[in-house]
Design a protein around this ligand. Structure first.
Ligand SMILES: [Zn+2]
Length: 455
């Protein structure tokens, strides 16, 4: 297939400034339960792709199904790019690479019967439904997908990458007195092994447990508190509030952000290190090459509190005169690659959790994320769960914990960084492409003066 695509692209190489073909062959299975009902079972096989061309700075993207129409589509991409191009094409130079990347496989889900997958998910769904009479409904979403993406471009890159994703999400909704509704969620992701989803009963039940616990919690009293975020929330915070700002397409289009985010600027307390690391083995955001054929890398976005690097595709790197970072990613081959994160995390610090809360008289411990939004430098996150911290100890559970702030102020208000960093799977949305597999990581972090909204 690689040779065939190389042959196909060869006659067109000199007709535009840049040309690439991505073709993806994939097979997937999805199983969904809503409440006690099996909602959907889908099996899919696809052979589809996209062609990107750039001429005089103008981009085109054209999709295709199957190989029969490929040449016609390449012509279409070339003429569209020529139509819109009015400037100069700038792309950071890269070495053309030839490689075939295999997926590491444990128990391959393609070798597990649909009936067996359904039985496993049905069992977990049953556990949630039966957890407590107040559980009103549940959702279970299972999906596995194995794909091979072939990538060739006009500078001679020729890469094939296998990728396996196995994921499952479990949701529980509880209803209490006066119609109060609470939800709990848990999710799993493996890049290699169906067995990662076997024997996870206790963690699945955690979704129902959290929904029930929140029924019993009283709404937090709004105000300004010292807040400790759990690793999941600190990971989500760094991804959503800061990570997206470090995506260079955003910076490039936004003069105010260029000023706020000039490299070398002290942005945070000296102890803070933030990485985006595509090289970690087996995480949702890990990749050997991005969707422009640039090797995945480990980058410090913030090192010792200083803004050191941002995330690029080849074009943004050239425009900002920086190096490409391997962050051009597409949700699949029928979407164009855009600047995205991989595995983004706050590095562990030196404090234990007990040390972090020891001298807090009254504060809030915020756990997991329910939802949130960002608007430029402002963010609002709703924690899935909360607890008061009183006299240095975790006290009663509280609900409706929303955290609001300005990311640049918050980075300076971090007071302590925990020694317990973990990576958790997440799905990122941008430019209509979601959920892109990423992971977010962090330790517990303690932040002062956080505005906490209650009900
Ligand atoms: Zn995101």
């Amino acid at each position: 297939m690689q040779d065939r695509l190389l042959e196909t692209i060869a006659p067109y190489r000199d007709r535009v400034d840049y040309l690439e073909i991505r073709l993806e062959q994939s097979e997937s299975t999805a199983i969904t339960f809503r409440g006690p009902q099996l909602d959907a079972v889908d099996r899919g096989f696809t052979l589809a792709g996209g062609i990107r061309a750039c001429h005089n700075g103008g981009w085109s993207f054209v999709t295709f199904n199957g190989l029969a129409e490929l040449k016609e589509r390449i012509e279409e991409a070339i003429s569209q790019a020529k139509l819109v191009g009015k400037e100069t094409t700038v792309l950071a130079p890269i070495e053309p690479i030839k490689d075939y990347v295999t997926a590491e496989l444990g128990l391959d889900p393609r070798g597990v019967s649909l009936a067996e997958k359904r039985r496993l998910m049905e069992g977990y769904n049953q556990l949630l439904l039966e957890f407590d009479p107040r559980i009103q409904t549940t959702s279970v979403n299972y999906r596995d997908r194995f794909g091979i993406t072939y990538f060739v471009n006009s500078i001679g890159t020729c890469i094939a990458q296998e990728r396996l994703d196995i994921q499952a999400g479990f949701g529980a909704i509880a209803r209490g007195e006066g119609g109060l509704v609470r939800q709990g969620y848990e999710s799993f992701h493996s890049r290699s092994d169906y067995n990662a989803l076997v024997g996870i009963e206790a963690r699945v039940q955690g979704a129902a447990q959290r929904a029930i616990r929140q029924l019993e919690a009283k709404s937090v009293k709004g105000g300004q508190y010292t807040v400790v975020l759990d690793p999941y929330l600190s990971g989500v915070f760094i991804h959503e509030a800061f990570g997206h700002l470090s995506e260079a397409d955003f910076v490039y289009e936004n003069p105010r952000m260029q000023e706020l985010l000039s490299l070398g600027k002290p942005l945070a307390i000296e102890q803070l290190n933030v990485v985006d690391d595509a090289t970690l083995p087996g995480l949702p955001g890990s990749l050997k090459y991005d969707d422009e054929g640039v090797p995945g890398q480990r980058k410090y976005l913030i090192e010792k509190g200083i803004l050191t690097q941002r995330l690029h595709n080849r074009e943004t790197a050239a425009k900002l005169q920086e190096k490409p970072t391997g962050n051009a990613r597409a949700i699949n081959a029928t979407h164009p690659p855009i600047v995205r994160m991989t595995n983004t995390a706050i590095e562990a610090g030196e404090h234990s959790f007990d040390e972090m809360i020891a001298d807090i008289q009254e504060g809030v411990y915020a756990v997991r994320m329910l939802g949130g939004q960002t608007n430029g430098e402002m963010f609002t996150f709703a924690a899935a769960e909360g607890y008061m911290i009183r006299n240095g100890k975790i006290a009663e559970p509280v609900s409706d914990v929303t955290l609001t702030g300005n990311v640049f102020q918050t980075l300076k208000d971090i007071e302590a960084i925990g020694n317990d960093s973990v990576y958790l799977n997440g799905g990122c949305g941008k430019g209509g492409q979601m959920p892109l597999p990423v992971s977010v990581g962090g330790p517990h972090i303690r932040i002062k003066n956080v505005v906490v909204g209650g009900r």
